[in-house]
Design a protein around this ligand. Sequence first.
Ligand SMILES: Nc1ncnc2c1ncn2[C@@H]1O[C@H](COP(=O)(O)OP(=O)(O)OP(=O)(O)O)[C@@H](O)[C@H]1O
Ligand SMILES: [Mg+2]
Length: 248
Amino acid sequence: MEPAVSFENVEVDYDGKPILTGVGFNVLPGEIVGLVGASGSGKTTLLRHLIGLNQPAQGEIRIFGERLNQLPHASRQHLRQRIGVLFQGGALFSSLTVFENVALPLNERGLEDSWIQPMVCLALSLAGLAPETAPLMPSELSGGMVTRVALARCLVIEPELLLLDEPTSGLDPIVSDAFIAVVLNLQKNLGITVLMISHDLRALKRLCHRVIIVGEGRLLAEGRIDNLEQSRDPRIRAFFRLDEETNP
Ligand SMILES: Nc1ncnc2c1ncn2[C@@H]1O[C@H](COP(=O)(O)OP(=O)(O)OP(=O)(O)O)[C@@H](O)[C@H]1O
Ligand SMILES: [Mg+2]
């Protein structure tokens, strides 16, 4: 099966300063994979390289078997339309309403208004938002609603691959669980592939088939959470707070 995402011996850097080296992993179609690690370890940096905002210093990154930075402009645009990205903090446009924020990717494609209206309503509903949310401004939304609007903006393009950067951070457990339920439904009903950056153990345990742990400038471990929890490596145990639980 062709991976939805593949990193092969990738090095990412800023101005020649390496952040992560020797990064290699795959995400298979239909999988939900967590990308975890301490703050500043390079998770968002990997995501930026994956979607072509930054170029790797070394190695190959592929999405659906294609190298984004080697494609001609039109094919690159086409590939990008298969990917929904939820940036850390939601990244809504503060001067646009919820409706306008969610409609943005459709406007960019030049869709007619008569199509945009029902597609935005469907995306809002898939993200668990009532139609009454549509005219609100981002400043009128709670943190959980901002995340859902950002998710709706991803879903409106019917993506095959969803990239989520800290989607549940700052949400209370009830709102976070509701968000998790939405993502699980999308995966179950639409077979969507998800790569989720998160510090939220609860969300990771509920959602992810597998996690990848980054730290010390490289991949530290990869596997199912229940297997990684058996690890004797103190860095991995620290991540899952295993020793805290046994020695409170
Ligand atoms: N635009 C940039 N220019 C230079 N250095 C950067 C830039 N963005 C991030 N960095 C540095 O790269 C490293 C990795 O940052 P990154 O944002 O990828 O971490 P992260 O794992 O996503 O952290 P967090 O969990 O806090 O979101 C950090 O040391 C950060 O200071
Ligand atoms: Mg980050």
